[in-house]
Design a protein. Sequence first.
Lengths: 315, 468
Amino acid sequence: MQKLQFIKISKKNRAWTMVLVLIGMIVLSAIISPNFRTPRNLLNILNQNSIYGIMALGMGCIMLTGSIDLSAGSIACLAGVLAAPIFGKYGMAAGFAVGISLGFVIGLINGLLITKGRIAYFVVTLGMMQVARGIVYVITNGVPVQGIPTEFKIVGMGKIAGFFPVSALIWLVLAVVMALLLKYTRFGQYVYALGGNERAAWLSGVDKDLIKIMVYAIGGAFFALGGLVLTLRVLMATADACQSYEMTAIASCVIGGIAMDGGQGNILSSIIGALIMGLVMNMLQLMGISSYWQQIFTGAIIIAAVAVDSISSKK
Amino acid sequence: MVNEKIVLSMDNITKTFGGVPAIENVCYQLEKGEVHALIGANGAGKSTLMKVMNGIYTGYTGEIILDGKKVEFHNPIDAQNAGIAMIHQELDLVPPMTVYSNIYLGREPVKNCRVDFKKMEKDAQKLLDELGFKVSSSAIVADLSPAQQQLVLIARCVALDARVIVMDEPTSSLSFNETEELFKIIKDLANKEKSIIYISHYLEEVFRVSDRITVLRNGKNVVTELTENCTVEKLVKWMVGDIESFNKKYIRENKFDEICIEAKNFTQLHGCVEDVSFALHKGEVLGIAGVVGTGRTELAKMIIGAEKKKSGTIYLNGKKLKLPNPAVAVKNSIAMVPEDRKLEGLITKRTIADNISVSSFGRHLKAGFIDYKLSNESVDKMINYMHVLCTGRDHIVTALSGGNQQKVIMGRWLNVKPKVLILDQPTRGVDVGAKAEIYELINQMAEEGTSILLITDEMEEMINLCDR
């Protein structure tokens, strides 16, 4: 009994531990690299990671129910490719509406296949990853979609008051919204309950299928939003965009302390996770290490974070 | 003098978690060919002691002496090699594999670099026959009944050449006849000079099967006594300290004039329940008897829509209802406390508050958002009302003892006040003290007008609580 209490405490403090880790890393980086110290670089990190961060919000919800969505990167890319011409023709609002709805619908399909089709989430989302990416290539033939008005760059690259990145603002506001949603609505509490023990939640009257479908649909919407922000940043949609972004999103959540098997964790902590990931990548860049190494680090960090988690809960 | 006979001796074992001792200076001795029962309320330290002995917990103080030599196990494999085998409550077999594969799991005989299946099958069958178990060694474990699976586990212990066999609640999934069989087997094993540590909540069983009894309470030895010198009253007193409210017959003043729920012609799809009907009055406690495997649990699950049914209709207050899944059942104020606490009852990893309020958030909404002040108030009320032992509503639920966990699940529904509550073995794996409290809760709910369908194995429970 006492042992379990101890775990509880350490779990609660997990997010704060990671804040300390983050601060420690910033200080360390600042000492090592003079380039890092510039405020511009710090804000850049925020800007660069806002896309991962937005996607991590969706991934975090899905992970809280105890599953993951491997199709996140593909959904983001497909949303960008479909919305790009609409941005050009019908304006910003239309583009966002189409892109996000598309993500929502793909998420809905994922959710339906998992719940009503009784297919393992791993299989469904792995399949969807390929299908969505395939559709992208069919549509684009591999040629980047261009023609987005330059002024739309404000979403992807713009700064409020000349310094604070717009995309980061979107990210942080949505994070707060999601945190409140998870804490203060029945839906949110059921998400945690499902992750805690799906069968018990079901027998207690939680409509588990509905909650799961909703979670995937919301996740899909966030993935799409991430893809759209990227599209508006580079002002074109490429067929190979957002490749393996799902991994970074998952890593951000895991580092932030969201349990891989669901039920525990705070969505806000995914911000910390995303920033830590971003910091590592930033340092690699500043140190002149090839970007090919980034993938290796992402994967290794996921494994390390889960390992730390399971070892600490065993002790 | 008796030292010759002592196989295993644990002296002054203390194991602390986070500074608080779970067991303190516990001594326990096991003689050759003895069935030595270990009893105690939940949280008394029985499983902690066993886990220390089995090498699952390390870092204790005290000594474990096996055959006169001091030993220290670092993991269960060490213990197994030394001749201590444990049969867990959750039958830990690999269901899709054959009986012989399970018996020799981890120690498969090898011939020419290949697993010698023929030898395994033959040896396993020989072993099973010797023990008098009616199980085919080539059967698939998943196809066996829980009782047969238990036999396979016992056979595995014997195959391991274990001298000490620990049985943790071995009868919890067995029917009456199967339990009888098991007792015979235990006696046989004891005659073959195997020593058995028998852990159980059922005092009756302990009397039937054991030679000596050790009682633990709050992590300390209370007494070790020859079984013939014990009585139920004595044991209960040792276990809980007082015997108040045990064996109390509940009488309620409710009048049964109003039929609350009626179930008609329930037949299970591919199952053993056929054409069951019953009617339940408002505020009535109806007991469903029948041994394990007669379909009680399935019936309960069909009613709330958690199990597929071929036919069957529910009438609530005279109105016909369709309950395709538990969510709809709960909306219609029909709820169930399932048999398997860990698998189906608790939302593990979450706090007491989450567990109690998961079904009642609907009542604590303010403009569509959860009002935590309101929700927590009712949670605290429940915790106090039910005497859940905990540090507060943010206590993680899996850190509670079995009885307290069960109370939390009961609290979930108490908070909702359903019209109909189905209780499937509500006191399974719960100690005597908590049992009495749960009975009290059931009684109160019935008095407040909830109709209760009680499924239980224990005759006493049925007689004391039920109206019909």
